[in-house]
Ligand binder design. Structure first.
Ligand code: DHK
Length: 155
């Protein structure tokens, strides 16, 4: 349990792209059995231990993700994002992430570099400080730990 009041903790926006709402049901042999609710709970627990606050969201809509990134500029200190299917297609999401000038950490549950070639190029990586791929949902926890370190470095 954190001793820092929630209102004074740095806010990290954790964004999930299309089909991440199907986690636990979709191709469990690749993505695992955890649901997105499980991932949110994991993130909340890890964030609490790091004195971070999180705002955890998922959308199947590119424009909604872009708007959430834009809104983060004035309300958050960092962004963790699993862009899912928009990783390889969304110049709009990349541009939004570059525009907000916040530390961004990109997460993929699977190791996209071991998968089909079309999954291996990420526009989002152009805006990310770092990328975590292939470590399952644990990648979200690692991203939050790394984010806490980045924020501390910036003090
Ligand atoms: C999730 C998806 O939905 C895919 O489109 C990506 C990513 C991989 C993941 O591993 O979390 O290619």
């Amino acid at each position: 349990m954190s001793s820092v009041p929630a209102a004074s903790r740095p806010l990290i926006v954790v964004l999930n792209g299309p089909n991440m709402n199907m986690l636990g049901l979709r191709q469990p042999e690749l993505y695992g059995a955890a649901t997105l609710d499980d991932v949110e709970q994991l993130c909340a627990e890890i964030a609490d231990g790091l004195d971070l606050a999180i705002d955890f969201r998922q959308s199947n809509l590119e424009g909604e993700l872009v708007s959430w990134v834009q809104e983060s500029r004035t309300r958050a200190q960092g962004i963790v994002i699993n862009p899912a299917g928009y990783t390889t297609t969304s110049i709009a999401l990349m541009d939004a992430l570059l525009a907000v000038d916040l530390p961004v950490i990109e997460v993929h549950i699977t190791n996209i570099h071991r998968r089909e070639e079309f999954r291996q190029h990420s526009y989002v990586s152009k805006a990310a400080v770092g990328v975590i791929a292939g470590l399952g949902v644990r990648g979200y926890a690692l991203a939050l730990q790394a984010m806490a370190g980045l924020l501390e470095d910036a003090l």
